[in-house]
Each structure stands twice: as structure tokens, then as C-alpha cells.
Design a protein around this ligand. Sequence first.
Ligand code: SF4
Ligand code: SF4
Length: 451
Amino acid sequence: MAPAMTDGMQTELRTLLRSCVQCGLCLPHCATWLATGDDVQSPRGRLILLDEILGGRADAAEPSFLAAFDQCIGCRACESACPSGVPYSLLEYGQDLAFAAAGSPAGWSSGPALPAPLIRRLSSVRFLRTAAAAATLASGLLRGLLGPGWRTRLARAPGGLGRLPRLLGSLPRSPSADEGVVRLLNGLIAAAAGAAAGRVEDPSPSATVGPESRVASPDILFFRGCANEGLMPGTSRRLLDLLRRCGCRVDVPQGQACCGALAAHTGDGRGREDRHRRNREAFGPGPAPADGGPWILVEASGCGHELKSVPGELAGEVLDATEILTRLSLPPLRPVPLKVAFHDPCHLRHGQGIVAEPRRLLRGIPGLELVEPAEPEVCCGSGGAWGLRYPDLSGILARRKAENLAATGADLVVTTNPGCLGQIAGALADVAPGLPVLPLTDLLWFAARKG
Ligand code: SF4
Ligand code: SF4
């Protein structure tokens, strides 16, 4: 709910709003502006609308106000791009105002494709596993019925049916068996070596990825995200294996819950606080001890952003997996002579300001060539629950992202957030079939594995 406005708050908001000089430099970084070309769906347009509302020249209950703010993905690319330092919190405030005026929780009246209670179920590990099994079954049936070109044929169907291929292909997944990762990457390496026809060097294994200050054997508390636990348990298991081989003492606290991000996305403040409380009980309540306490490792960028959004809540330092891995002495890494593109999840790049760490890890793998796609800062259109609520806009953005990634000529795409992984895999299946997406930590595990 939008807070009741005191005079002081009004003045503060006005000052912040005035810091937007309407230069428009944020527009090319805003996913919804890129997808629609509509100025109202840009950071600048939204701020102008907010100024109108606060100045009493427009009514917050106007459906167009709600539509503009509800369709903001919350990617924060505008905040990173803005030279005047206009904070994203202004857009959050506009969203609160719009939802409060609409009289419905979190703007569900403005065109969701799926009902909120169903989206909230996405934090249930059992529900996710059932959904994944159902999606696999449905894809198999459709392939059997319509043949190998089922995706293209179905995509031409009108309405919701046309969205089905992307929806079925967008559930985050990674190989559950270690052998699946090994087979996939060995196949890519063999194909790349064949394509390069002997031009591939065979670099020696590296000693370690080179962090400035390495930590020998830290204590790590492992945070399980719902999507990782429900849909990508093999990736979590391989990351645990890698951490133990780096000499870490790793514990997976019992009783931990969803980070609370999904509840937040659906306007369920009480549900979010409940998840935070359960995690305080599981990890110990904050603030962290003076020495920083144990590292709380978060695999999914979206969860990390949510857990870091309440500083000092847990009795340890919440860190993304890539932040921790760059601080460790990794085992010797075998060569992986592949072109690899990294996709920056917004929750990592804009939400947590983590850009260098994943790239440093990838550059530390001998023989690997890191290639950068165009528009690395633009959202892939997953946006947690957002992509389910605005599937058409989400589809446009997924395709744009997949085309940019494919244009790098990469053999492999890696990323660190399950939602982005599923979204990009679903779009690549149409744009560049044969270009796989893996969690970054699976690639690192492969490079570091024994035997
Ligand atoms: S938010 Fe920043 S970048 Fe965007 S129009 Fe305003 S001042 Fe320019
Ligand atoms: S948060 Fe993202 S979608 Fe929203 S205005 Fe900023 S750049 Fe655009």
C-alpha cells in the first residue's frame, strides 16, 4: 500500500522527481519501451505520469496509470543507466499508488494472464516438480501428434494456444544427472573442435581462478531457492560438490523457506514477511556477527536480490554464488574450448550490482572464449511472475534476447537465474535450436570435476 503522504514526504518525492531531467538516456535500456515503442511504457513516461498524479493534475485511479506502472518489470535497468541518479524507488512508489487506487492487490486487475493464487503456487517445490513433469509429458505428446516442427506449427495458432510452445519450453531445467552435463559439454567441445578444424589450442589446466584474496575453508550456509530445488536439483548438488572440493564446510539449514520474492511480486506482503520469518528461524536472526559470520550462499539471482533487500536480517553475509566462488581457491580447471555468452539476470546486474564476478569465473576457465551479446543490460522478459502475466510482451523480449545471444556465435549460453534460464531456453528453441543454456555453476563444475 502506498504510505500516507506527509508534507515532508511530498517535498522529498518532488525533489527526487525533479532530478529526472527527461533526457531520455534510460529509454534504450528499458525493456518495456523497447518492446512497445510507447513513451508511457518508459521510465521517463512513468515519472511524468507520477508527477501529474502528485501534482493533482491526473487521477491515480485512471486505468492508464495502473497499466503503465503494472507493466514495469522492475528490472532496474533505468536506475543503472540514469546519469542523474534517479532512483528506482520512485517507480516502486508509483506502483504502490497505482495498486492502492485500483483497490486490488498488486494490480491484478490490469490484465494478468494467470490468476495470482496459481502464481503463488510457484513457490511450492512439489507444485513445480508436477508442473515440470506435466510440461515434459505435454511437449512429448505434441511432438508425437504434430511432428518435429510442432513448436512452429503451434506458435501460429491463435490466442493462448499460440503461446503454448514457449510456455512449455520456458520452465527452468538443467540436467538432473551429472552425466547429462558431461555429455552435453563434451558434445559441444567436439563439435566446436570439428568446426575449427584443428585451430583449437589445447591449453593446460589452470591452477585456480585468481581472486585477489582467497579464503581457504570458509563456513557456508546454503540457501535453497524454490526453483532450484524443484526444477534444477542436479545443479544444486553439483554446486555443493564444487564447494566441498574447494575446502568449504557447507551446511544446508533445515526449515528454510522461499525467499519471499514471489509473494512480493503478487502483492502478498504478509506472505513475504512469513517467508522472511521462517528464514530467520532457519539461518538465525541478524544482524551478522562482527566478523561477518558464515557466508549465506544464494544460487538464484532473484532470491539473492530479495534476501539482500532486508540488510542485517540473517546471521550471516548473504552472497551470490558467483561472489563466493571468486573468493575461493578453485581446483585446477580443465580446458573448455568453447565460445560462451553470459546472460546477466537483472536481479544480479542491476539489483545486486554484480557484473564482474561471473565474467571473472568464466575467463578463468582455460580455452574458454567469453563473448558479449548486444544489450546485456536489457531484461529477457522473464521478470518472475511478470512474464506469466504479460506473455505477449514477455515473448517479444525473450525473442530479442535470444537473437542477441545467438548473434554472438556462442556455442553455449550460461546464466545464474532459473527464470532467465527457462525464458532464454524457450526462446532459443525457436531462434537458434541447438544453442543450449546452462547454469554457470554447472559449467564451472564440469571444468573442475575429477576424472
Ligand atoms: S530517469 Fe534519468 S535517464 Fe531517464 S529521462 Fe530521467 S534523468 Fe534521463
Ligand atoms: S524498471 Fe525496467 S521496465 Fe521498469 S521503467 Fe525501469 S527499465 Fe523500464
